[in-house]
Design a protein around this ligand. Structure first.
Ligand SMILES: [Fe+2]
Ligand SMILES: [Fe+2]
Length: 230
């Protein structure tokens, strides 16, 4: 594999040639990014949704009351969290392969610690399955928010499954996941309280406690490894 050739300032004498080359190539059509913006704006104004939630579609059609719509929104967010926790389990599965292959280096997590977080993410996924079922929803539905969350987190999974990435780089990506995890559970607890599901909010608070530990651990392992120049 060759060295990194990016960074124009490493070879300033070639910069002029590069700029001339780019200018000579020119765009294949008139107009610039504003044309793409206008095109996108047209699609936005048509108002196509990412997807629909069975309950929410029904609620809108029937001009349902606030409570029904509130429940549909809650199910949408539960489905989002469920999708994220399922992905979280897979993230730590991938991280485990990385750590097992590279071997424990003394700085960062032990294999047992990674396994423990993986198992907790899986338990959170099962908890959400239960919660959705108890509320009369279908946990196998991929709601619009679940779809968006899956797209938003694609990059994290790519970092974890890239054979070239280091444990430190994976921890940096996991930090993004854990920050989202924490904020996600905090919001679900608030919504559960607002809708009067104090039983659920209690179980979600247990999950949040786990997530706070995940975040703290990932932050500590990451900063220890950066300090150790790993
Ligand atoms: Fe999680
Ligand atoms: Fe987590």
């Amino acid at each position: 594999m060759g060295g990194n050739r990016t960074g124009v300032q490493t070879a300033p004498e070639m910069a002029e040639e590069l700029i001339a080359g780019a200018a000579a190539a020119g765009p294949s059509m008139d107009g610039g990014p504003e044309m793409a913006d206008a095109e996108r704006a047209e699609y936005i104004s048509k108002g196509f949704p990412v997807g629909s939630l069975p309950g929410l579609a029904f609620a809108e059609e029937a001009k349902a009351d606030d409570e029904t719509i509130g429940m549909a929104v809650f199910l949408d967010k539960l489905s989002e969290r469920l999708a994220f926790e399922r992905m979280g389990t897979r993230l730590y599965d991938a991280f485990l392969v990385k750590c097992e292959t590279l071997g424990e280096e003394g700085v960062g997590p032990t294999l047992a610690e990674v396994e423990e977080i993986r198992d907790e993410e899986h338990r959170h996924f099962l908890l959400l399955n239960e919660a959705v079922t108890e509320l009369g929803g279908d946990p196998t539905v991929k709601s619009p928010c679940a779809d968006v969350a899956a797209v938003a987190s694609l990059g994290i999974m790519q970092v974890l499954t890239d054979p070239r990435t280091t444990v430190t780089q994976c921890l940096q990506a996991l930090l993004t996941a854990e920050l989202t995890d924490n904020a996600g559970w905090e919001m679900l607890i608030d919504v559960a309280e607002e809708l009067g599901h104090s039983d659920l909010s209690e179980r979600f608070t247990d999950a949040l406690t786990n997530e706070q530990n995940h975040l703290l651990n990932v932050q500590t392992w990451l900063s220890d490894r950066v300090s150790a120049k790993l």
